[in-house]
Ligand binder design. Structure first.
Ligand SMILES: *Cc1c(COP(=O)(O)O)cnc(C)c1O
Length: 348
C-alpha cells in the first residue's frame, strides 16, 4: 500500500472549486505589502519578530506556544517527524480517521510509520470509541481534522479533549485549517492548552487567501512546541510570506468580507441542492460535500466541460458517490449552481 498525495488536476483556466482555495484572491493590502518588500528584504534572511508578535496578538498566545511553518503542510510534516523520530524496535503507528487529508498518511508513511485507518462512523461522525480502540502501545500520532475535510463537519470539543486525554503517549494533531470559517477553535481553550500532547494547526492559505505563499502555524504546549521547533528549519517562512501574514492579520475588513461570502455561498448552494434533492452535509468550512451517487462522474465532467472544476471524491471507498464543491465568492458559487442546473436538468 502506498500513501501518496493524490495528484489533482491543475486546470490552466476556469473556476477552481476543487481545492478549497480562497476564490477571491488575497486582500489588496497583502499584495501591497509584498510589493513593498525591499531589495534588502529579499537579499537578507528574514526576521520574524514582527510576524511572531502579530500572530501572538491575534491568537492570544505566548510566543513559546506556537511555531510558524511553511504552510500547514510543513506543520504536519514536522509534527510527524517529531512524533516518529525516536523509534524503538517496533514500527510506530499513526492513526488517520478516513476519509482525510492525504498529507497525514503520506508524511507518516514517508517517515516510517504504519498507518492505521479508522473509518468515520454514521453520517461521517468521528467514532471516538473506535479511535481509542485503535490506540496501541505503538501509536505515536493521531490526526483529527475539525472542521473535517472533506465532510465539513466539526468534531465536538468534548470528543477531541477526551481522545487526547485518553492517550497521553500519543501526539494528537488537530488540523484546524478551516476553523476560520467555523468560528470555532480550540486555540486558546484552557483545557486544550493544558494537554501537552495536543497540537493545533492553522493555515493562512484558506481564509486569508495566501496558499501560494505557504504560511501556517502550529500551536500547543510550550514543551511540545519546543520539540517541534527543533525540526522546523530556521528560515522556513520566506520574506514575502512573513509580510503577507502580518498585513493579512491586520486587514479584518477583507477577512470578514470573505467569511461572509462563504456563508452566503453555502446558503445558496444548500438551497439549490435541496431543490435537486441531492443529499449533502451542512458544512462549517468553505466547501460542501454532496452525495451525488452514480451521477458523480457525470456531474464532475459536465462541470469541467463548462470550465468549473470540483473535486471528485466518489472513487474513495470512504466517501462513495461524493463530490466536494468549494464555496467561496458568491458570484463563483452562483456560476457553479447555474452550471449544475444545466448538467442535472439537461438544459442548455
Ligand atoms: C488545505 C489544507 C491544509 C494545507 O494548508 P497549507 O497551509 O496550504 O499547507 C492542511 N490541512 C487541511 C485539512 C487542508 O485542507
Amino acid at each position: 500500500m502506498s500513501y501518496t498525495y493524490e495528484a489533482v488536476a491543475r486546470p490552466k483556466s476556469g473556476l477552481r472549486l476543487h481545492l478549497n482555495e480562497n476564490t477571491g484572491g488575497c486582500s489588496r493590502a497583502v499584495l501591497d505589502a509584498i510589493r513593498a518588500v525591499s531589495r534588502h528584504d529579499v537579499a537578507f534572511y528574514p526576521s520574524y519578530d514582527d510576524v511572531v508578535a502579530a500572530c501572538a496578538a491575534r491568537f492570544d498566545l505566548a510566543p513559546e506556544r506556537f511555531v510558524l511553518t511553511n504552510g500547514l503542510d510543513e506543520g504536519i510534516l514536522v509534527t510527524t517527524i517529531t512524533a516518529l523520530r525516536d523509534r524503538g524496535a517496533d514500527q510506530p503507528e499513526a492513526i488517520v480517521v478516513v476519509p482525510a487529508f492525504d498529507m497525514y498518511a503520506s508524511t507518516s508513511d514517508a517517515v516510517g510509520a504504519r498507518i492505521v485507518q479508522v473509518p468515520l462512523g454514521r453520517e461521517f461522525a468521528v467514532p471516538v470509541d473506535d479511535v481509542l480502540a485503535a490506540v496501541s502501545g505503538r501509536t505515536r500520532l493521531l490526526f483529527l481534522t475539525s472542521p473535517n475535510n472533506p465532510t465539513g463537519l466539526l468534531i465536538p470539543r468534548a470528543d477531541i479533549l477526551r481522545m487526547a486525554a485518553a492517550a497521553p503517549h500519543v501526539l494528537v494533531f488537530l488540523d484546524e485549517a478551516y476553523a476560520d470559517f467555523a468560528g470555532v477553535t480550540l486555540v486558546g481553550d484552557a483545557e486544550a492548552a493544558a494537554l501537552p500532547n495536543l497540537l493545533i494547526g492553522r493555515t493562512f492559505a484558506k481564509a486569508y487567501g495566501i496558499a501560494g505563499l505557504r504560511a501556517g502555524i502550529v500551536t500547543g504546549h510550550p514543551h511540545t512546541i519546543a520539540r517541534l521547533a527543533r525540526v522546523v528549519p530556521p528560515f522556513s517562512i520566506n520574506a514575502c510570506a512573513a509580510a503577507a501574514i502580518r498585513t493579512g492579520l491586520a486587514d479584518r475588513e477583507y477577512y470578514d468580507w470573505y467569511l461572509a461570502q462563504v456563508r452566503e455561498s453555502k446558503a445558496l448552494l444548500y438551497e439549490a441542492l435541496r431543490r435537486w434533492q441531492l443529499p449533502f452535509w451542512e458544512s462549517a468550512a468553505n466547501f460542501v460535500l454532496v452525495r451525488a451517487g452514480d451521477r458523480a462522474k457525470a456531474i464532475v465532467e459536465g462541470l469541467a466541460a463548462r470550465g468549473i472544476h470540483i473535486r471528485d471524491r466518489s472513487h474513495d471507498p470512504s466517501s462513495p458517490g461524493c463530490i466536494r464543491i468549494t464555496t467561496g465568492v458568491v458570484d463563483h458559487t452562483t456560476a457553479c449552481i447555474r452550471a449544475l442546473e444545466e448538467v442535472l436538468c439537461g438544459a442548455a
